[in-house]
Write a protein that binds this ligand. Structure first.
Ligand SMILES: [Zn+2]
Ligand SMILES: [Zn+2]
Length: 255
């Protein structure tokens, strides 16, 4: 099982997860042409994907989903709330498969467990992926850690974890007060310390790959996020991958 990112942050997100011959894309916040180029960097063609999964309707996650999926005949998996709130273009939708936010489903070699998260969208979910042998948890766009999130993310082999902002940098930024409240609120985004506290609440003994994701370009810095995670997960700073807005991160293989 392996995974890679095409870009991570408020300007666009997309992640690819592969198990055996099955590849799915999680979110697509980029235009189809760029997605194709970014996939090529990973040695993939869009035709090798089996589906696109969506976390929620914010444009950095969904902007490119429908066009890309329609273009390549891919089914889109999303909750009813995300489907209802998704911005519609004028052209026909791709095949949409509505999922229950608590019910796992299978796409060929991948078992996929959605789980609801507190975020200011209609029915946002995040996902854990299992190959049978290994498990990858993905958690971004989450305002607070819930007992259910902690339960789902136990014992992962790899974790992509939101480190959106540094609380002090956000407080000192020139963002309007309402936006600061939104980002740091229970329906906003995890800061570095919240991400670190999640790590302390889950069993990390199997964890091979830890990725800091969805970093704010204005209110965070990779070294601050990494140092928060290192203090919670006893490892070398170099072993933590930081997903970038521009190019995400290269394939990480779970062995
Ligand atoms: Zn986002
Ligand atoms: Zn969001």
């Amino acid at each position: 099982m392996r995974f890679a990112s095409l870009g991570s942050g408020s300007q666009g997100n997309a992640l690819v997860v592969e198990s055996g011959d099955t590849r799915v894309m999680l979110d697509c916040g980029f235009a189809t042409k760029r997605v194709k180029e970014k996939l090529a960097h990973l040695g993939l063609a869009p035709e090798q994907l089996a589906a696109v999964l969506v976390t929620h309707e914010h444009s950095d996650h969904i902007a490119g989903v429908f066009k890309f999926a329609r273009c390549y005949g891919l089914p889109v998996f999303l909750t009813h709330g995300t489907y209802a709130a998704a911005p519609r273009g004028k052209t026909a939708l791709p095949e949409c498969r509505l999922i229950d936010s608590h019910t796992a489903f299978v796409i060929d070699d991948l078992e996929i467990q959605p789980f609801p998260v507190p975020h200011d969208a209609r029915e946002p979910v995040q996902y854990a992926f299992s190959s049978g042998l290994h498990r990858l948890g993905v958690l971004t766009d989450t305002g607070a850690i819930t007992p259910h999130i902690i339960e789902v993310l136990q014992c992962c082999d790899a974790l992509v974890l939101e480190c959106n902002h540094d609380a002090e940098m956000l407080a000192a930024s020139d963002y309007p007060a309402s936006l600061k409240r939104r980002i740091s609120g229970r329906l906003g985004h995890l800061d570095n310390e919240a991400a670190a506290s999640l790590l302390q609440q889950i069993d990390t003994r199997r964890l091979q790959h830890l990725v800091a994701a969805h970093l704010s370009l204005q209110n965070n810095r990779p070294e601050i996020a990494v140092s928060a995670l290192v203090s919670a997960f006893d490892c070398a700073a170099e072993s933590i991958v930081v997903a970038s807005q521009e190019s995400g991160f290269d394939w990480l293989e779970i062995q």
